[in-house]
Unconditional design. Structure first.
Length: 735
């Protein structure tokens, strides 16, 4: 069959499918209108019927909405799979589509048989459904492009390779929101997306390998295939900041993810702090480290497992020291010291918090006091009588003693709840107060510290006095709150996906494992991008060993799909400098990297010419990336004065709406743009330190299609191989 005949055949089939979808929409609309008609005319006493009809209306409305969503693009691929039952023709789309006879017009991409489309070339193939392996042959694999209900192209795999299909998508301009990759999921990505639910995973993915989209598609896959085992409300996504979470937000509904919780680590800490302090962002700390204003060794130690375990021991000592005497009421022992020691031991050796155990203990103790009230009241009476007998019969104090005794006896019969609660008041202290006490006590604890502990104390206590905490202080705060009060608000979650996971410290993982103690962890990150080097994960094996007892499964996404070959090769220059492994790249050729030397007189002209060149090419998302906030502010003000329409991205921003923007390097992580202009890649901005190199690597790998590198003075050593005699000077070309 010729290509033209195949196209015509698929065109006719598409028309039939859309007709059937329209027929289904019509049937659903009639059902909706029918239920609506009955509700409008319902009578008193028919309320139960009314609720039933409202439920049906909701189902019809959902069906209409879903059918309208898929009508313009009902499927993107087709496979023919021959097994023992014959040849199956499988069309694959975002959602399953059935006609009025329940025949399948398109399969949901998440269904087991559709894994064949992603995992196999033509030939022998197999998939697993309901625990059973089904073998056969993939006899045809077809990529179909449909836009607004019109067939655009049809390509069989033996005519057009998977890489060429992927290149067509990658060559498109970037949107300012994350996109679905359902039609182009690669084999290594698919294996992670479809991995079994009940296991912890750590996924190392190079820049541009699709970590975030794979993480979200995996949630969509699990919601579809594991609906009996886990509900949408049990999923949580932990992102690096609200800006990033907003960036991924519009993809979630497109993947049928509607009620998954999204949080940052800072928000978890703020919940523990109850407004008692503000958080100094990790980017501010990074700026201070880069400027030499903060000793990174202090941050590094406070982000360590050793530090939080020392704190944990301090909290247990604090609890034990406050349980060293019996609970007394008017010289009557309500609870012995030995009984209280049992509470301490139960806190140390169980996952339950101190206050949870205390609340249970108080209930039990009050019940016991009420039960033994007669004996306790008799003891109180004996003591009273002994005192009364020593007083003259006409002494007014005799009646006062009798009244007081009656009052005590009544309180005992009630269980002495107030007195018992007063005894445990020390447990209600704010975590920040306990943390301060811990910091103040560090120089008195007999530990061989790896740093100057006095410097750590002064630095931390100075911040606390200003009601400020660094990110490195958040793990201790959360840990204290967890040990004292538990984590009920997180107890219902069963699955935690962490993105940009390399930026969390071992201390942060330690407390996350405690508060999300029922969760399966799926961790997505890239150690090459751990720009907060002093408090980031440097080795996934260490994380696996320390936090997961080497039971987590380590997987790799080693190929970058984001950038052109030229940009990928430039990024690899940086990776080689700090001895990290290179990223593989899809063979997508693009423009040469343009390296431009500037001075104070030519910089503005050069920059504006670069912007003009990129806008003339029709790019819709362009980022100027500076080293830090100070440089970003200065360049932004200059461009605004020159009338350039540009947005300045700040850490507190919650969203980005595309266009031309400028930002510091550390805020660009996790984002992507059609083109990137690195403002000043000289040897002062980017030295050979690991932090500088990682910031440069992050900046380079944000670009999809074009990368301009500017510098003043001397280009950073790592990029010098880019300089050639024939490098064009954009200043001359466009001025």
């Amino acid at each position: 069959m010729t290509k033209e005949e195949i196209f015509k055949l698929e065109q006719e089939r598409l028309k039939q499918v859309i007709d059937k979808i329209n027929e289904q929409i019509k049937i659903a609309q009639e059902g909706f209108d029918k239920q609506k008609h009955f509700i409008i005319g319902f009578k008193e006493g028919q309320r139960g019927t009314q609720f039933t009809r409202q439920g049906l209306m909701s189902l019809y409305a959902t069906e209409i909405n879903n059918l309208n969503k898929v009508k313009s693009n009902p499927y993107f691929g087709k496979i023919e799979f021959q097994d023992s039952n014959g040849i199956n023709q499988i069309y694959i789309g975002k959602r399953a589509i059935l006609d009025k006879n329940k025949d399948i017009l398109a399969y949901d991409w998440r269904s087991p048989i559709c894994s064949l489309y992603y995992d196999y070339d033509l030939g022998d193939a197999k998939y697993i459904e309901n625990g059973k392996e089904i073998k056969g042959k993939l006899t045809n694999k077809r990529h179909i492009v449909i836009k607004d209900g019109e067939l655009q192209s049809v390509n069989d795999q033996d005519v057009l390779s998977d890489d060429k299909i992927l290149l067509k998508y990658l060559s498109e301009n970037s949107d300012y929101k994350l996109k679905s990759i359902i039609a182009t999921i690669q084999k290594e990505q698919n294996q992670i997306i479809r991995s079994p639910l009940k296991k912890d995973y750590i996924i190392q993915g190079v820049a541009g390998s699709g970590k975030t989209t794979v993480a979200l598609h995996r949630i969509a896959y699990l919601l579809y295939n594991e609906a009996k085992n886990i509900s949408e409300s049990e999923f949580m996504i932990l992102g690096p900041n609200k800006y990033f979470l907003n960036y991924i937000s519009e993809l979630l509904p497109d993947l049928d993810i509607n009620n998954v919780t999204q949080l940052t680590f800072d928000e978890i800490a703020l919940n523990s702090l109850k407004g008692k302090a503000k958080i100094n962002s990790k980017n501010n700390t990074l700026q201070n480290v880069l400027n030499g204003d903060t000793n990174y060794k202090v941050i590094e130690y406070k982000s360590s497992i050793e530090f939080v375990k020392l704190l944990e021991k301090f909290i247990y000592t604090y609890i034990e020291s406050n349980l060293n005497k019996p609970i007394m009421y008017e010289d009557i022992e309500l609870c012995s010291k030995e009984s209280l020691e049992r509470i301490y031991k139960s806190v140390v050796y169980t996952n339950r918090s101190y206050n949870e155990k205390i609340n249970d203990f108080i209930k039990s103790l009050v019940s016991q006091i009420k039960k033994n009230a007669d004996d306790l009241c008799y003891d109180v009476w004996k003591k009273c009588k002994k005192e009364i007998d020593l007083l003259p019969k006409d002494d007014i104090r005799r009646q006062q003693l009798l009244d007081k005794t009656t009052e005590i006896q009544m309180e005992i019969k009630k269980g002495c709840l107030k007195e018992i609660k007063d005894y445990f008041k020390f447990s209600k202290v704010n975590p920040l107060i306990l943390y301060r006490s811990f910091i103040e006590s560090l120089d008195k604890i007999n530990v061989n510290y790896p740093i100057d502990i006095k410097e750590l104390q002064d630095y931390t206590l100075n911040n606390i006095s200003k009601k400020q905490l660094g990110v490195e202080d958040l793990s201790p705060i959360i840990l204290i709150d967890y040990l004292m009060n538990g984590s009920k608000e997180y107890s219902n979650y069963s699955y935690l996906a962490i993105d940009e996971a390399q930026d969390l410290s071992l201390a942060q993982y330690y407390v996350l494992k405690k508060i999300f103690n029922k969760c399966i962890f799926n961790i997505f990150g890239d150690v090459n991008q751990s720009i907060y080097d002093y408090q980031s994960v440097k080795d996934w094996n260490e994380l696996n060993n320390v936090i997961f007892d080497n039971k987590a499964c380590l997987l790799n996404l080693s190929k970058s799909y984001r950038t052109t070959l030229e940009i990928a090769q430039t990024a690899n220059l940086v990776l080689n400098e700090y001895n990290s492994y290179e990223a593989d790249s899809i063979n997508r050729n693009g423009s040469e990297i343009e390296v431009t030397e500037n001075d104070s007189k030519t910089y503005n002209v050069s920059l504006i010419n670069q912007i003009k060149k990129l806008l003339d090419k029709g790019y819709t998302s362009i980022a100027i990336i500076c080293k830090d906030d100070k440089e970003t502010d200065a360049v932004y003000k200059k461009l605004i004065k020159q009338g350039v329409n540009i947005s300045r991205i700040k850490e507190q921003d919650n969203e980005f709406n595309g266009g031309l923007c400028i930002m510091p390097s550390f805020l660009s992580k996790g984002l992507e743009f059609d083109a990137v202009i690195i403002y000043n890649a000289n040897n002062i901005n980017y030295t050979d330190s690991d932090i500088d190199l990682k910031l440069l690597y992050v900046s380079i790998t944000r670009a999809l299609h074009e990368l301009f590198i500017n510098y003043e003075g001397e280009l950073t050593k790592v990029l010098k191989p880019l300089i050639k005699d024939d490098v064009k000077k954009l200043t001359k070309e466009y001025s």
